[in-house]
Every structure is written in structure tokens, then in C-alpha cells.
Design a protein around this ligand. Structure first.
Ligand code: ATP
Length: 440
């Protein structure tokens, strides 16, 4: 793996600490000593994660007429996972270190135990990553069910439902955002690899002859999405899998990789799944999952191009890429240069002091902005300290209400990145912020 360009020392620790300290991401069940590798999203994190998913939904569904959404169940019967191949092949090679007894995923450790340095391991065993549970009221007598390890299968099992209810024909797509669960052998690196995580997946159904063209299209489109939302292009790269490394369903896979602090690693996979999934589910269920084209009188099983991204992993990448330390008037500050669409708060309204006469105008300003922007409101500490606190969580604009505001009905707008401040009339504030964020 290559190293990160212009790496900030201890970046992963700094971002992990900031995330906890400022309410983005907390270790789960902390008051009970934690539950390894599970995380809770705090007040700022939940805003940001929603923004990541919203930005994806906007680009994949809202602004296109060829893709619709779905929200399928997380619990599913074994039949789905037998047909998809997950029961048999969704496994990782598990090895035990013979010296320290730690368990590892063989393909991630290069033959050396990361814990004790030993090179002696047990034979690799195939370990299925799906979480199995029982559905039903009587213990031991319920039906076996699985938590989905990917959102994709809920899309394939609804292919016929969607075709019958919306008037789409290939090329068209079905998108889904939601939780997935994998019993990862070695969850690690903060929220990069966890057992419970969120995915953003889209299955794009195309005539088989056009599959390669659409595969290339989705690789380019998905790469551009990360750049548009602020990840520098040099921190991203594409990695095409060799034919011998492809998953059982894939005719081609290219990963979008990000320069994580430990090197380039996967953010998203774009795969040409061929007709594998629809054919498998049609065979196993007895329900036809194909498309009849009335213009050519042809019936065929579409090929599927799948861009599969992690929402939680993407959020981590956006945080890492946004983290900067710089000097403002000789003072060092931490600043998250997040795109305004991703920032937990887009505007902070800051009355200069706690004096009650400023409160009315400040609340009025908040009332104007809140329907349009996610706003923070903060009255404690000096204004300089409050600017630093907003910089640290990536708030693009601070709006300060001072005593002059009572006379001139204007406020100061401060820009996070340049720290420039301009005076703006309250009447024109919303229009000014909309213009700054490219919305008018
Ligand atoms: P890996 O080989 O790293 O285990 P994968 O190639 O199996 O991952 P996919 O099945 O392609 O991953 O999943 C699509 C996306 O879902 C990944 O690119 C990643 O962003 C996200 N993802 C997968 N597993 C996890 C996890 N355990 N924690 C967080 N995100 C995940």
C-alpha cells in the first residue's frame, strides 16, 4: 500500500479524538466498558452521516430520472442467502496465531502476526461473516434468519415488484441506503471496518451488450462524487481487481480507494455482476426475473452494474480529508474544511455577549436561517474561542450578532476557511448565505 500524500502525523488519533470530544462518534456502550468495534453517532455525527447519505441520495436518485429508491428489510430468510451464494461463499480465511492465540483474517496480515510478530499460524478456515439469529417467540423453535451483510439482495428480490410498479426499463437503477452487518474477524481502524455499518448501494440494470460501457460510466461517476464533495483528487485512486481476485459473482470490479493514514484502501467497489443475481434468485424462487422489451420483442435477463459504498466509511474519509491545522493571526487552530453540504452545522449564530438585548435579535436571525440550514446557537465563552470551536467541527459560516446589530440591523458573517468577516444586513442574510453556498 502507498502512504498517504502529505500525511499529518497521528492523523487517525487526532480525528478519532476530535470525533469523540466534539460529539461525532462515541465508542458504543461506553458506560459498560464498551463493546468492541461498535460506535454510536452523537449530535454532530448524526448530522454529518445524514448529510453524506443525503448527498448520495441526491446524486443517485433525486437528480436522475433513471434510478428509484427502496428500503428493504434487514432480517431475511436463509433462502435469499442460499441463492445469492452468501451461505456458501461469504467467508473470510480465519487463522489463529500459534504463539499468542490472536485470531486474524489471513489475507490482511502478510504472514506476520500484528500482535506478537510470530509467523506460525493454524491452517486457514473459512469463516462465514453473516450474523445468524432466530425469528419467532419460542426460544429454540424460531425460524433461522440472517441479518443482511449487504443491502444489494433486497434490491434483487424486489426487482419484479419495482418493474411492475414504476415504468422503468433498462438501463435503470434501484438504490438503497441502510445498515448491514458482518461478523468481521478483525474489525479495526475506528469506523473503517465495523460489524455494524451503513451502506449506500445501487444496482443498475442494463442490456448485457451495454454492460461494459455502464461499468466504466459508474466508475467515473462515483469517483467524481467524492471529488465534488471535497476529497482532493490526489487522495483518491482506482484499483481494478485482477481476474483471479474477483468475487464469485463478478465479471469485473474496480475499487475507489482513498489515502487512509495507513495507505490507500477501499472506499467503494464498482462491480459488473453480470446476470448472476437475477438468474440465481429466479432459479431458486421460481419467479421470472427478466425483462421483456416490447420494442424488440426480446426477453432477457439484464446485467447489473453495482456501485457499493459505505456511508460510515465515507464519512470517516471526509473527516480525514477535511482535517487541517493552520495558523490564524499567529495562533494555531484545528479546522475541518468540510464541504458545506456535509458539515454537521452549516451556520452558527453567535450573540457577541449574553446580554438579554442581543438575544431577541439572535433568535430572530436563527428563525430566518433554521428552515434552510442546520444551525448551531452558542452564547458561552469569548467570541474568538467560539470561532475556534466552530472551525474544529467544520461549520462554514459564523453569524455574529453584536450591539451595532440593534442599531443597523446587520450582522457579521465570518468565513471558516479564509476567516474573512463581512457585514451583511439581516434582511439580505439568507440570500447572501444561499449565494455563498451556490444555491442561487
Ligand atoms: P473488504 O474486502 O474490505 O472486507 P468488501 O470488498 O467485502 O470489503 P463490499 O462487499 O464491496 O466490501 O462492500 C461495499 C462497501 O461497504 C465497502 O467498499 C465499504 O465502504 C463498505 N463496507 C464493507 N464492509 C464494511 C465494514 N465491515 N465496515 C464498514 N464499512 C464496510
Amino acid at each position: 500500500m502507498n502512504s498517504t500524500p502529505d500525511a499529518i502525523p497521528d492523523l487517525l488519533d487526532k480525528v478519532t479524538n476530535l470525533a469523540k470530544r466534539r460529539g461525532f462518534i462515541f465508542p458504543s456502550a461506553e458506560i459498560y466498558g464498551g463493546f468492541r468495534s461498535t460506535y454510536d453517532y452523537g449530535p454532530l455525527g448524526v448530522n454529518m452521516l445524514r448529510n453524506v447519505k443525503q448527498a448520495w441520495w441526491r446524486s443517485m436518485v433525486q437528480t436522475r430520472s433513471d434510478i428509484v429508491g427502496i428500503d428493504a428489510a434487514i432480517l431475511g430468510p436463509p433462502a435469499i442467502w442460499a441463492a445469492s451464494g452468501h451461505l456458501e461463499t461469504f467467508t473470510d480465511p480465519l487463522v489463529d496465531c500459534k504463539r499468542c492465540k490472536e485470531r486474524w483474517r489471513e489475507d490482511k496480515i502478510d504472514g506476520v502476526c500484528p500482535n506478537c510478530g510470530s509467523t506460525e499460524f493454524t491452517e486457514a478456515r473459512a469463516f462465514n461473516l453473516m450474523f445468524e439469529t432466530q425469528a419467532g417467540p419460542v426460544e429454540g423453535e424460531g425460524a433461522t434468519a440472517y441479518l443482511r451483510p449487504e443491502t444489494a439482495q433486497g434490491i434483487f428480490t424486489n426487482f419484479a415488484n419495482v418493474l411492475a410498479t414504476v415504468r422503468k426499463k433498462p438501463p435503470f437503477g434501484i438504490a438503497q441506503v441502510g445498515k448491514s452487518f458482518r461478523n468481521e474477524i478483525t474489525p479495526q481502524n475506528f469506523v473503517f471496518r465495523t460489524r455494524e455499518f451503513e451502506q449506500m448501494e445501487m444496482e443498475y440494470f442494463v442490456p448485457p451488450a451495454d454492460a461494459d460501457e455502464w461499468y466504466r460510466y459508474w466508475i467515473d461517476t462515483r469517483l467524481a462524487w467524492y471529488v465534488d464533495l471535497g476529497i482532493p483528487a490526489e487522495q483518491l485512486r482506482l484499483h481494478e481487481h485482477l481476474p483471479e481476485d474477483l468475487s464469485h459473482y463478478s465479471r469485473g470490479t474496480t475499487d475507489v480507494e482513498f489515502a487512509f493514514p495507513w495507505g490507500f484502501d477501499e472506499l467503494e467497489g464498482v462491480a459488473n455482476r453480470g446476470d448472476y443475481d437475477l438468474t440465481q434468485h429466479a432459479k431458486a424462487s421460481g419467479v421470472a426475473l427478466d425483462y421483456f422489451d416490447p420494442t424488440t420483442n426480446e426477453r432477457y435477463t439484464p446485467f447489473v452494474i453495482e456501485p457499493a459504498a459505505g456511508a460510515t466509511r465515507a464519512m470517516m474519509a471526509f473527516l480525514l480529508a477535511a482535517y487541517h491545522e493552520d495558523l490564524v493571526e499567529g495562533e494555531s487552530r484545528t479546522v475541518l474544511r468540510l464541504d458545506w453540504r456535509l458539515a454537521p452545522y452549516q451556520v452558527a449564530v453567535l450573540p457577541l455577549s449574553k446580554k438579554p438585548e442581543l438575544e431577541d435579535v439572535s433568535r430572530e436571525v436563527l428563525g430566518i436561517l433554521q428552515p434552510h440550514f442546520m444551525c448551531d446557537y452558542d452564547v458561552t465563552q469569548s467570541i474568538g474561542r467560539r470561532y475556534r470551536r466552530q472551525d474544529e467541527v467544520g461549520t462554514p459560516y459564523c453569524v455574529t450578532v453584536d450591539f451595532d446589530s440593534l442599531e443597523d440591523r446587520a450582522v457579521t458573517v465570518r468565513d471558516r476557511d479564509t476567516t474573512d468577516q463581512v457585514r451583511v444586513p439581516i434582511d439580505g442574510l439568507l440570500a447572501s448565505l444561499r449565494e455563498r453556498t451556490g444555491q442561487s
